[in-house]
Design a protein around this ligand. Structure first.
Ligand code: CDP
Ligand code: MG
Length: 136
């Protein structure tokens, strides 16, 4: 069934820093995602806190927000049939050690916090996250 969706993807600072931007984008393109919009930016800590506010009670929240705002990131709107789930599958488990072979996090992730990519986890959050970065 046709179910074209848009999801938000972020190439996180650890991956941008290691020059993996193109390689990771190629993973999306090779898996039939269309990159509808993209920009390379650096966000402030307070923007990271807003973006990750669902995690505000978690013990890793402060480090997570410091980390996401620590260097340039690439934010993208990806489009594909069932894009949200397809991207979560392509990314792999949060902890790269637990991610399946062939997934982005398995290939490039360093640790649970430096796991190279973010992807929206639901239709509702995809809409919120896309608006967050691409307001216009
Ligand atoms: O990114 P994902 O949706 O797979 O995981 P999450 O549970 O929504 O957590 C958001 C981010 O917090 C993860 O991608 C990790 O970078 C970080 N995190 C962490 O540093 N330590 C944990 N124990 C869990 C998550
Ligand atoms: Mg998440």
């Amino acid at each position: 069934m046709n179910n074209l969706e848009k999801t938000l993807s972020i190439i996180k600072p650890d991956a941008v820093e290691r020059g993996l931007e193109k390689e990771i984008k190629d993973q999306f393109l090779n898996n039939d995602f269309k990159i509808v919009e993209e920009k390379k930016i650096q966000i402030s800590k307070s923007e990271a806190e807003e973006f990750y506010k669902v995690h505000q009670t978690k013990p890793f929240y402060n480090d997570l927000c410091s980390y996401l705002s620590s260097g340039p990131i690439v934010v993208m709107i990806l489009e594909k049939n069932n894009a949200i789930l397809a991207n979560r599958d392509l990314m792999g488990a949060t902890d790269p050690k637990k991610a399946k072979d062939g997934t982005i996090r398995k290939k490039y992730g360093i640790s649970i916090d430096k796991n190279s990519v973010h992807g929206s986890d639901s239709l509702e959050n995809a809409e919120i996250e896309i608006k967050f970065f691409f307001k216009d």
